[in-house]
Design a protein around this ligand. Structure first.
Ligand SMILES: Nc1ncnc2c1ncn2[C@@H]1O[C@H](COP(=O)(O)OP(=O)(O)O)[C@@H](O)[C@H]1O
Ligand SMILES: [Mg+2]
Length: 334
């Protein structure tokens, strides 16, 4: 549904060129909620602007539906943009207009009749949970309510795609949760494909089906949440399944393992010790459910009076569905 091909954006500057997006490839399926996470300056907002061609990519293609937006005429591009709703950190509502008038603005631009605009606005105001507030003004609303109006406005032209750039960054945790739940429920109801840009892993954890890690204009990792989280060697897994605070582990072999689904029920220590002559201490553990799949992340200290056969332990863990990352191995067979 959304395909990005070899997308590059260079900002030409008098002193130096800034490569904000560096040869990105990305595929997002219909109906998927895809998170793009990265720190400040990673290129997230540039990517969003390039997805709608508000910013012209220096190179590459953006394909939405079956249409290559980099190749169409200005008129076709304007029509294509209507299929893409945008939500930003701040809703930027017009203070002189009521909630209903703000929501209806995208319809005004395409000359929809007044009564029809009003009816659509009321329907969307209900959808975002602001029943009865249609004739109030933005100044009377809380930050979370204003963001709901922003979401309703983004839905006014019946888009297929919702692009959200840091939609909860200005909100407190409770309000954030409400907005994420709202995005999920409207995505399901209206069968939307959602791209959500964020610097907060909690947004990815609570909302997304799939995720990409953007750093210095490049996508370092990308995939379904259930796949990237299951790979203990991925950066995303480490932040999706963080270990709790723990003491430093000293052992002959120190490893981290991640297992998912049935592997979570494996008694990790006894399973390793049953097949290898070692003792196993669990130094830290995190068990949680992401996107409907259970995960277990363990930090293990492994000791033995003989040199440890790491290959044997890795084979045991692989057989039980765990990925393995070795942290220290001073007591391991050469
Ligand atoms: N209009 C612009 N002109 C020059 N440089 C820009 C412009 N917009 C963004 N940049 C640069 O591109 C990089 C990525 O910026 P941005 O996409 O805003 O990152 P993020 O949204 O992840 O914080 C940064 O180094 C930023 O300074
Ligand atoms: Mg940004």
């Amino acid at each position: 549904m959304i395909s990005v091909r070899e997308l590059t954006k260079v900002y030409r500057q008098p002193t130096r060129d800034v490569v904000a997006i560096d040869d990105i490839n990305l595929d997002i399926d219909d109906g998927e909620i895809h998170g793009i996470i990265g720190r400040s300056g990673a290129g997230k907002s540039t990517l969003v602007r390039c997805l709608t061609l508000l910013d012209r990519p220096t190179k590459g293609q953006v394909i939405v539906g079956s249409q290559d937006l980099t190749a169409v005429s200005d008129t076709e591009l304007r029509n294509a943009r209507r299929r893409i709703g945008m939500v930003f950190q701040h809703a930027n509502l017009l203070s002189s207009r009521t909630v209903a008038e703000n929501v209806a603005m995208p319809l005004e631009i395409v000359n929809t009749k007044k009564a029809e605009r009003r009816a659509k606005a009321i329907e969307l105001i209900e959808l975002v949970g602001l029943n009865g507030l249609e004739d109030t003004y933005p100044a009377q609303l809380s930050g979370g309510q204003r963001q709901r109006v922003g979401i309703a406005r983004a839905l006014a032209a019946d888009p297929d795609v919702l692009l959200c750039d840091e939609p909860t960054s200005a909100l407190d945790p409770n309000t954030t949760e409400g907005i994420l739940n709202l995005i999920r429920s409207v995505a399901e109801r209206l069968n939307l494909t959602v791209v959500i840009i964020t610097h907060e892993m909690s947004v990815v954890k609570n909302l997304c089906d799939s995720v990409s890690l953007l750093d210095a204009g490049k996508i370092l990792e990308s995939g379904k949440l259930s796949e990237v989280a299951g790979d203990v060697n991925s950066q995303l897994s480490r932040s999706l399944l963080p270990l709790p605070t723990h003491d430093e582990v000293t052992a002959d072999l120190v490893i981290e393992v991640v297992g998912k689904a049935d592997a979570v029920n494996t008694p990790i220590g006894t399973t390793i010790a049953a097949e290898n002559p070692v003792t196993v201490d669990i130094a830290a553990a995190n068990i949680e459910t992401l996107s409907g799949t259970r995960f277990a992340h363990y930090l293990l200290g492994i000791n033995s009076d003989k040199p440890i056969n790491l290959t044997g332990i890795e084979a045991t863990l692989a057989r039980h569905g765990f990925s393995v990352r070795v942290r220290a191995k001073q007591g391991v067979q050469a």
